[in-house]
Design a protein around this ligand. Structure first.
Ligand code: F6R
Length: 609
């Protein structure tokens, strides 16, 4: 994962790089570092922990120079210590790296026998030594980089500086994202556009196997094997959204509370109530195209995978099209059954998740038609898809996904209407009814947010629990999974979600009087069965917190706590239950004094396998 930044121009590199790193902190925040070169002198500052530590270090020991590179890290190889923080220096070569060098141990051994001394446990350091080694026999830094890259296996986005050639910055990409910004004779390199577009809107998107060499106020693009290429720049017309807490104590709470508006945004301009249909502007597939698909395959990771599971319930039941839901990291390695008659739908907030992107490429190689559901506009997954349904949740800063998840659910509901209208499984009346229900959703989300004081009470009551279980049936089952994931991520309480009927096949052994069991019990067709599952827990002494529907005074009677959630209809209830469970996790985490925006070990965008 990690975020990289590079700069060459006529201004001080340090503030440009630091502001770029700030915008990339979502990619990792366990250590950070920066290097500039000024009149041949290489200056490096590195610190462990959040970027603020590096900012402090630089305040005490500033650096100068108009050329530099920076890095914010999410540790893969080696603990998040200062020694493992980037930039890494091998001889006179300094690099920052995003990706994983899979053969680093072999390369490291070879380089050690040639006299190189390593100071970190990272895979990345090997790149700096390898380039340094090739510099001995190459005519230029550019040639040394090209020679070195031939030996690397894995993924990289690299920015490279050399003490010997202190007027050159080189960037190279394979498998990890990289964009370049151009502003006259100033150049910006970054893992992602937000780090650049406050400086320039002229952007070049780098592709795998490409390099950029910045020297003397100019840039040369070539392939990593040395053939010169021409790259067209394009103008990016969206603005970097500002990350403001607007009076909230943290981004997560702000984003949870933004959900009524986020739902309005995802449906805005898309509802065609009169014809009982929806307009999905970027989908690029008309009815005849949609009706060629024999199967749908949703691919995603983490929270987005939970949204995809809800999508399966929606699409299979309403549109009668077979849907597989795949964990993206598994999909690509098992020769999946995908063809030109498969509609593959990657679901991703960031649009940069390496596993989801790789799954997309796997599907592309098998001729599938790809329509992604993404939040980040112009992200790699969006760019590489045949069509895209943007979720318009807005910038999500909190690492644990909240409003992005809820808008994914709504986007999948919209897609369900579109598919059902295209193949006739949803008729006019049903389409209209689904759209009306959607129109009422923002207000119901708002009403669900008002449950916060009761939810806080529940969190207080069970604050000392070490484990928790979430149960749901049917379309509520993926929401039980998501509720459990939210709790784990931000409060570090172990939690698992199960289909309520599956409890008796094993997990029920975990029930004792210390085990809180959150039961999702909307008043839908599964309620009678869910009540029985609740009884099984109560009988064994477990503590039941029942999330029931408005107007249902029966289900919660034997529960330890009842939370009454508004009713949005069976297909949209998952949205409201998600909001309630987000607040639950949030309250647990806050009461435990955790950092909800940047939970330990996590990053917002997972760009490594
Ligand atoms: C959890 C969370 C992650 C992401 C996952 C996929 O709160 O946010 O599980 O859902 O890393 O990320 P995207 O959706 O960006 O592909």
């Amino acid at each position: 994962m990690c975020g990289i930044v590079g700069y060459m121009g006529n201004h001080d590199a340090m503030p440009v790089i630091m502001s770029g790193l700030k915008m990339l902190e979502y990619r990792g925040y366990d250590s950070a570092g920066i290097c500039t070169i000024d009149a041949g002198a290489v200056e490096i500052r590195r610190s462990s922990g959040k970027l603020i530590n590096l900012e402090q270090l630089i305040k005490d020991k500033p650096l100068s120079g108009t050329i530099g590179i920076g890095h914010t890290r999410w540790a893969t190889h080696g603990k998040p210590t200062v020694a493992n923080a980037h930039p890494h220096k091998g001889g006179g070569v300094v690099i920052v790296h995003n990706g994983i060098i899979e053969n680093y141990l072999t390369l490291k051994d070879e380089l050690i026998t040639k006299g190189h001394e390593f100071t970190s446990e990272t895979d990345s350091e090997v790149v700096s030594h390898l380039i340094d080694e090739h510099l001995k026999t190459s005519e230029s830094l550019e040639e040394a980089v090209q020679q070195a890259l031939k030996h690397l296996k894995g993924a990289y986005a690299l920015c490279i500086l050399s003490q010997k050639d202190d007027k050159t910055l080189i960037a190279a990409k394979l498998g990890s994202p990289m964009v370049i910004g151009i502003k006259g004779d100033e150049y910006f390199v970054a893992s992602d556009m937000p780090a650049i577009i406050s400086h320039t809107r002229e952007i070049v998107v780098m592709e795998d196997g490409e390099m950029a060499i910045f020297r003397n106020g100019g840039v040369k693009f070539c392939t990593t094997d040395g053939s010169e290429i021409t790259k067209a720049s394009r103008f990016v017309d969206w603005s970097p959204l500002k990350a403001e807490k607007n009076g909230y104590p943290n981004f997560m709470l702000k984003e949870i509370n933004e959900q009524p508006q986020a739902v309005r945004n995802v449906i805005a301009g898309r509802l065609l109530e009169e014809i009982g249909d929806v307009y999905l502007e970027g989908m690029n597939a008309d009815d005849s195209k949609l009706n060629t698909f024999e199967r749908i395959c949703l691919v995603a990771c983490g929270t987005s995978w939970h949204a995809a599971l809800v999508g399966k319930y929606l699409i299979e039941e309403q549109c009668r099209i077979p849907v597989d839901v795949e964990i993206a990291s598994e999909f690509r390695y098992r020769d999946p059954l995908v063809s030109a008659k498969t509609l593959v739908i990657p679901v991703s907030q960031s649009g940069e998740t390496a596993d989801t992107l790789a799954a997309l490429r796997e599907a592309r190689g098998k001729d599938a038609y790809i329509v992604s559901i993404c939040n980040v506009v112009d992200s790699s997954i969006a760019r590489e898809s045949d069509g895209v349904i943007y979720t318009h949740a807005g910038l999500e800063i909190g690492v644990a996904s909240t409003k992005a998840f809820v808008t994914q659910l709504v986007a999948l509901y919209l897609l369900t209407i579109r598919l059902g209208r295209a193949n006739g499984t949803i008729d006019l009346a049903k389409g209209q009814q689904m759209i009306v229900a959607l129109g009422e959703l923002p207000e119901l989300v708002k009403k669900t947010l008002e449950l916060d004081p009761q939810i806080e009470e529940i969190a207080c009551e069970y604050l000392t629990s070490c484990d928790a279980i979430y149960l749901g049936r049917g379309i509520s089952y993926p929401i039980a999974l998501e509720g459990a994931l939210k709790l784990k991520e931000i409060s570090y309480i172990h939690a698992d979600g199960y289909p309520a009927g599956e409890m008796k096949h094993g997990p029920i052994a975990l029930i004792d009087r210390d085990m809180p069991v959150f039961v999702l019990a909307p008043n839908d067709r599964h309620l009678v069965k869910v009540r029985s599952n609740m009884e099984e827990v109560i009988t064994r002494g477990g503590k039941v917190i029942a999330l029931c529907s408005e107007g249902d005074s029966e289900t919660g009677r034997r529960a330890n706590f009842t939370l009454t959630v508004p009713w949005a209809g069976e297909l949209l209830n998952p949205v409201l239950y998600s909001v309630a469970l987000q607040l639950l996790a949030y309250n647990f985490a806050i009461l435990k004094g955790k950092n909800v925006d940047q939970p330990r070990n996590l990053a917002k965008s997972v760009t490594v396998e």
